[in-house]
Write a protein that binds this ligand. Structure first.
Ligand SMILES: *[C@@H]1O[C@H](CO)[C@@H](O)[C@H](O)[C@H]1NC(C)=O
Ligand SMILES: *[C@@H]1O[C@H](CO)[C@@H](O)[C@H](O)[C@H]1NC(C)=O
Ligand SMILES: *[C@@H]1O[C@H](CO)[C@@H](O)[C@H](O)[C@H]1NC(C)=O
Ligand SMILES: *[C@@H]1O[C@H](CO)[C@@H](O)[C@H](O)[C@H]1NC(C)=O
Ligand SMILES: *[C@@H]1O[C@H](CO)[C@@H](O)[C@H](O)[C@H]1NC(C)=O
Ligand SMILES: *[C@@H]1O[C@H](CO)[C@@H](O)[C@H](O)[C@H]1NC(C)=O
Length: 800
């Protein structure tokens, strides 16, 4: 054994490192039972400091190194995990140190790989706007491959917090306001990061965070307390976490906030009752950064020892950054405040993941992988593709967009258009931002120009903060000489992300004045918005001819913006979160309750009194959830349920035809919402229950058929059991949450049951459609051709 270990220590490459690990080396794929046996053996052999060491996640320094004083801890086997280190050589070095220890347990290496590692994808809120589960899964898979190639095993993503307050800066990291869309995205990202087996050399362990209700921070102020009913928690905030468990997520992170008086990191109800007992989660739970220590600030724990006690006893297996477990664990056990079984269970949860990660077979990464993987052309192409599909066209008066490539003179205005650093955001992974493409570069490349003195001109107008108007005059001049102006405005990167809460979510500084200045020239223009959150843009909505939301779009954002502005890509993003009219409306989300005095939605009336409304603002948001335009037009036709009445055991098929009546091929997102007209627990006015993004060519009609299963019509009863009540359900179908296209369904019987892991049912659609192409096609295809639409079979499975 000893000689094998020396062999290991002297090797660096994967191929020579496959032998020499004391645990499990003979059986790279142990059965679950064998893994548990191995863990039991190890735990029997471990001394308490080694056990507590497994519960510690150390933070690397900010430059990606392990702190010098921590290296001996790794060599003594007193560290379970390290975050914020990367680089194949460095991470292999850490594993070599770990293998010097008595138990030779490899270290789990974590990093915030939120939406890309070296190839930066759009922020998660933006990715979600694609409504494309495959693309989102692919983006996560690419991030995983890049991260694993430098020895990272574990990402602290996806963030699956439902969020309804755009003041909260962290909305950039989530999937928006909706429970169902958020759950689907959670699953897609877990699949992308982990694949079927995260021991693979191109996958990482995912982490569902922040458990729970972090997205409901009061007043949108980060880290703020949360007080909500168990019903709201279970109906709105927990389902995406459950979806992540169903998708096999291997780890959870506790939230910073307190929930109903008990900080999440010390919350036994969440971490033990719900997560372990109800959901049977067998992965590991890590605290957020210093969150165990913060139990003192929460006025929950008296001192560090108590903080460790509460967190351990609640079910927080691993402590990130702060070191209360290793400092006070022994004393807590001696005094009986924490049992050794509690510690053993936490160790077991962590070691189980290390086994599944394959670390006991081989903790090293092939150092050749790094340069062969990072920022590969293939990844950049995929990033450009998905990025363009995340943009949301909010307005396009008179089809002013796309811009013709043979436009005379095009002015680009705004510092955000030319600032590479601003292509990144709060979670830049290990991006080398100098390699990012700015919008100005993307536009110049698209038009094949190399300077800004000819077809393309540029004026800063103001820098990203836009704190003064000193060079507005020049911007105005440049605009006056142009045939079309692209004005790029929005938020600087530090105005969103963790600790990026804002009370004013309009355009910051003088950005709006810059737009008004351009507007005053009378030139045709489009506003390109750079934003980490939904913003209040009432003036733009009323006055700007075109608005394109581009979120924070990452490495290839500049090319993607050019692809959309010039029509090479037809925009197809839909808002994953409502854009409010003003801050006073917040929280604003489409699935609100109807109240006893709803407004007349059709009139949206400002003058009615004694209704649930404001005197000075409409209830409706500026742009609703699910909204987004295209350069073509789609007609929704022929909504049909295959039956108007089902029992609580039956499913219904919702069919609708989407016809492209415009001049360009495009993609549309078919959205299905359900309204339960009367129930023993009041239901929201409508809830998204199915969606599908479909390509529809010019003149084509595509028939989409989505299945609603009975559980999609149910809700939680007072014992938190799923329940379906008989009654009428209104089914709404369309391209945003305001759609009025509707059919009714009656459920004739009741059912009550615990809904376990849902099983996906694939439903082949056997119909096909023949369509007549209209006169012209902007893509130069022959006109007036008759062809048969390729069969689009939709398999939609509805899942809670
Ligand atoms: C972009 O990705 C979509 C699916 O996500 C795919 O259908 C399409 O072909 C891709 N386009 C390009 C140009 O690669
Ligand atoms: C922490 O506080 C508890 C409760 O007040 C006390 O019993 C314990 O001695 C304190 N521990 C330390 C290490 O100060
Ligand atoms: C005014 O804005 C310009 C361009 O945005 C910037 O370079 C300059 O530093 C600002 N001046 C002051 C006094 O803030
Ligand atoms: C959304 O659907 C409506 C109703 O069919 C239609 O009028 C509208 O054109 C669609 N939106 C887009 C962007 O095609
Ligand atoms: C309607 O479609 C669902 C889902 O495919 C199917 O289970 C059900 O049997 C169909 N009902 C009828 C009446 O055809
Ligand atoms: C569905 O039922 C509601 C009453 O719940 C009724 O107002 C509506 O007109 C019906 N819609 C259709 C399409 O039959």
């Amino acid at each position: 054994m000893r000689s094998l270990i020396y062999l290991t220590l002297s090797c660096t490459l994967l191929s020579t490192c496959v032998f020499g690990y004391p645990h499990g080396q003979k059986n790279p794929k142990l059965s679950p039972a064998e893994i548990e046996e191995e863990i039991s053996r190890l735990i029997n052999d471990m001394i308490l400091p080694e056990k507590l060491g497994q519960l510690q996640q150390l933070a690397g320094d900010w430059y990606g190194e392990v702190g010098p004083s921590d290296i001996p801890l790794v060599k003594q086997g007193l560290v379970g995990s390290i975050l914020n280190v990367h680089g194949a050589a460095r991470t292999n070095q850490i594993q070599r140190w770990a293998l010097e220890s008595r138990q030779k347990i490899p270290v789990l290496i974590g990093f915030d790989v939120i939406h890309g590692f070296r190839t930066l994808f759009p922020i998660p809120l933006g990715e979600t706007a694609s409504w494309d589960l495959e693309a989102v899964e692919q983006a996560a898979a690419i991030a995983a491959a890049e991260a694993r190639s430098v020895g990272i095993h574990w990402t602290f993503a996806p963030m699956v917090d439902v969020m309804r307050d755009p003041r909260w800066g962290r909305v950039m990291e989530g999937s928006g306001e909706d429970v169902f869309l958020g759950s689907e995205m959670a699953k897609a990202r877990v699949r992308g990061f982990q694949g079927g087996d995260y021991s693979a050399h191109d996958r990482v362990l995912a982490c569902a965070k922040h458990f729970a209700a972090y997205g409901a921070a009061e007043a949108g102020r980060d880290y703020n307390g949360v007080d909500m009913s168990e019903r709201r928690l279970r109906e709105i905030y927990l389902p995406p976490f459950k979806a992540a468990v169903d998708a096999g997520v291997g780890s959870f992170m506790t939230a910073f906030n307190d929930l109903n008086g008990v900080p999440a990191t010390g919350n036994k109800f969440l971490l033990t009752k719900v997560l372990r007992d109800e959901w049977k989660f067998d992965g590991l739970v890590v605290s957020d950064w210093d969150a165990v220590l913060e139990l003192i600030n929460h006025q929950y724990a008296t001192n560090q020892s108590e903080a460790a006690m509460y967190a351990l006893n609640a079910g927080t297996d691993m402590e990130m950054a702060s070191r209360t477990y290793v400092t006070h664990g022994e004393q807590l056990i001696r005094s009986g405040k924490v049992s050794i079984e509690t510690v053993n269970t936490a160790v077991r949860n962590i070691l189980r993941i290390k086994y599944r990660m394959g670390l006991f077979d081989n903790p090293f990464i092939d150092e050749n992988l790094e340069s062969a993987t990072l920022f590969k052309q293939e990844f950049l192409d995929a990033a450009r593709n998905i990025t363009a599909r995340t943009f949301v066209l909010l307005k396009n008066q008179g089809n002013i967009l796309p811009i013709s490539k043979s436009i005379g003179k095009l002015a680009v205005i705004g510092g955000l258009a030319a600032d590479k650093f601003e292509t990144t955001d709060h979670w830049p992974g290990d991006v080398q931002w100098q390699d990012s493409v700015t919008m100005l570069q993307g536009i110049m490349t698209k038009l094949g120009v190399t300077d800004t003195n000819g077809q393309v001109t540029y004026a800063e107008g103001c820098d990203t903060y836009c704190r003064n108007t000193s060079v507005f005059d020049r911007a105005e001049q440049v605009a006056r000489q142009a045939d079309f102006v692209v004005v790029v405005v929005g938020e600087p990167r530090e105005y969103s992300g963790e600790a990026g809460s804002m009370t004013n979510i309009g355009l910051p500084g003088y950005h709006l004045d810059l737009v008004k200045r351009i507007h005053s020239t009378g030139k045709p223009y489009a506003v390109v918005l750079v934003n980490g959150r939904p913003m209040t843009i009432e003036w733009l909505a009323e006055n700007a001819p075109a608005i394109l939301v581009t979120w924070r779009s990452g490495s290839m954002g500049g090319h993607a913006v050019a692809d959309v502005l010039f029509g090479d890509v037809n925009p197809s993003g839909k808002l994953p979160m409502s854009f409010p009219r003003n801050v006073g409306q917040i929280p604003v989300h489409y699935d609100h309750k109807n109240t006893g005095r709803p407004i007349d939605k059709a009139s949206g009336s400002l003058t009615e009194r004694y209704r649930s409304k404001y005197i000075d603002s409409l209830n409706s948001p500026q742009y609703p959830f699910g909204y987004g335009l295209s350069y073509t037009r789609f007609a929704f036709e022929n909504l049909q349920l295959n039956t108007t009445s089902i029992t609580a055991e039956q499913s219904v098929q919702v069919g609708v035809s989407v016809r492209n009546t415009g001049q360009r091929d495009g993609e549309e997102v078919v959205q299905v919402y359900v309204r339960d007209v009367a129930a023993s627990i009041t239901r929201p006015v409508r809830q998204l229950k199915a969606f599908k993004k479909v390509k529809v060519a010019v003149g084509q009609t595509v028939r989409i058929e989505l299945i609603l299963k009975p559980e999609d019509l149910g809700f939680l009863d007072d014992n938190w059991q799923w329940k379906i009540e008989p009654g009428v359900f209104e089914i709404y179908v369309g391209n945003n949450s305001d759609t009025t296209m509707q059919a009714n369904l009656t459920v004739t019987t009741a059912a009550s049951e615990v809904i376990g892991t849902s099983t996906a049912t694939a439903v082949p659609v056997t119909s096909s459609t023949t369509v007549n192409i209209g006169e012209s096609s902007t893509h130069g295809a022959a006109s007036s051709i008759q062809f048969s639409v390729p069969l689009i079979a939709i398999f939609l499975l509805l899942v809670f």
